[in-house]
Design a protein around this ligand. Structure first.
Ligand code: RNT
Ligand code: ZN
Length: 416
């Protein structure tokens, strides 16, 4: 144990903060790490696949992108070796292992994901899942579950149904429930004449997909809204109001993506409200920059505020923390490591808040003390506690992980 950790512990104890309890909670909290940072959301259904017809975009062409499932898994291994704690892997259906066979997405079964389950098990990783409603010939016009053509709609409904079954089987085999999250790109670039009909179709499609009740010990359904996307600037069928209503009515998990709201809205403020009405939330921890919603997560005020709300509200057990960003302009493994470590650091910082003193000050209407403590807390020795966590978890401390990624880039990525 380092001297700086001892000093940090005392500094926190002075404010009635139990550092060991915070570390124990952090260790127990998995982050659902998204597979799609590794190859710019391409997937491996066909060679050289890339993001199409999906209203989302990865920009940049930094060398070394994973070209096969094996490469992606190797990259994930490297990233995981630099991230403290036990986590989950969040897969998209377009990462199916087709083994050279021609199978379309409406016919996927667990067979196409068995190699992922077999890989996840010895890694101690739980799996989360997502149907892929993009990068497919039947999604080229950016319409899926709301498509006016009933045949196309039916294809996507069957894909959704298939993915829930796969998710439940992942949950069963790994002994930990899989969260399967539905996000669709459907919307309209220009002003639609009819905002109602697509939403009614989306509701009906979701009702059909979710019709079979699944054991929550194996599987949970989540739905994700969005404000706008590329090609859906004027209208998004699955808006926040739509999915908030849907999740409340059907008591499914509500996915809140940090990049999917107006820039002046705070995601953090939505947590205590939505959790009064929905059973659980899934976070897509991300970072919006202007029109983009998917930059690498920082240890910034927005991320910290989200984690603070979860901890303050006692919501950790009802929150699934997932990541959602894809940056193709920097080393992709570094992107994973930076974003995941920052989400964890923000959580640790929230767990180390002098919450008891803050509450007491608030109840006593001593708002100056409340503000003073919040500000003083910002410069408490968080870094020493974080370093101790990394040491205990056997991952590099501080900047030391950067050299490891550089070595991997030289010996593996640069040869691709
Ligand atoms: C898109 C949504 C969605 C995707 C992933 C790939 O705007 O955020 O979560 O990023 O499903
Ligand atoms: Zn998202």
């Amino acid at each position: 144990m380092s001297d700086s950790f001892q000093i940090a512990k005392e500094a926190y104890a002075d404010l009635n903060v139990d550092v060991e309890a915070a570390l124990a909670r952090l260790e127990k909290t998995p982050i659902s790490i998204h597979c799609w940072q590794g190859d710019d959301v391409g997937g491996f259904e066909k060679e050289g696949a890339s993001l199409e017809g999906g209203g989302i975009q990865a920009t940049g062409n930094y060398p070394g992108k994973a070209r096969t499932l094996a490469e992606l898994r190797k990259d994930l291994d490297t990233a995981l070796s630099l991230i403290p704690g036990r986590h989950r892997l969040n897969l998209h259906a377009c990462y199916a292992d087709l083994g050279g066979k021609k199978i379309d997405r409406d016919a996927y079964t667990v067979a196409q994901f068995q190699s992922w389950i077999d890989w996840a098990k010895p890694h101690g990783l739980g799996l989360d899942f997502n149907p892929s409603f993009f990068s497919h010939p039947l999604a080229n016009d950016g319409l899926t579950l709301t498509h006016p053509d009933p045949k196309i709609r039916e294809f996507w409904i069957q894909h959704g149904i298939a993915c829930r079954k796969i998710g439940a089987e992942m949950g069963r085999q790994l002994g930990s429930p899989t969260v399967t999250n539905v996000w669709i790109p459907d919307g309209s670039k220009d002003l639609p004449a009819d905002r109602k009909a697509p939403r009614a179709r989306l509701q009906a499609s979701l009702d059909t997909i979710f019709a079979d009740k699944l054991d929550p010990q194996l599987h949970l359904d989540a739905v994700e809204s969005k404000l706008f996307g590329i090609g859906s600037e004027s209208y998004v069928v699955g808006s926040h109001e739509f999915y908030l209503g849907y999740a409340i009515k059907n008591q499914v998990v509500l996915c809140l993506d940090s990049g999917h709201f107006h820039p002046t809205e705070t995601l953090a403020d939505k947590i205590s409200s939505t959790l009064l009405f929905v059973p659980e939330i899934l976070l897509h921890v991300s970072r919006g920059v202007r029109w983009d919603s998917d930059h690498v997560v920082l240890f910034d005020d927005a991320t910290r505020a989200v984690m603070e709300e979860i901890v303050r509200g006692g919501f950790l057990d009802r929150t699934h923390i997932g990541l959602d960003f894809f940056d193709a302009s920097i080393n992709r493994i570094s992107a994973w490591v930076i974003g995941t470590r920052n989400a964890q650091k923000a959580l640790l910082s929230a767990l180390l808040e002098p919450i008891q003193s803050l509450r007491e000050a608030e109840l006593a209407k001593d708002n100056a003390t409340r503000l003073a403590l919040m500000e003083e807390a910002k410069t408490l020795p968080l870094g020493a506690v974080w370093d101790e966590f990394c040491t205990r978890q056997n991952v590099p401390v501080g900047h030391k992980w950067i050299a490891e990624v550089k070595a991997y880039e030289k010996s593996v990525l640069s040869l691709r």
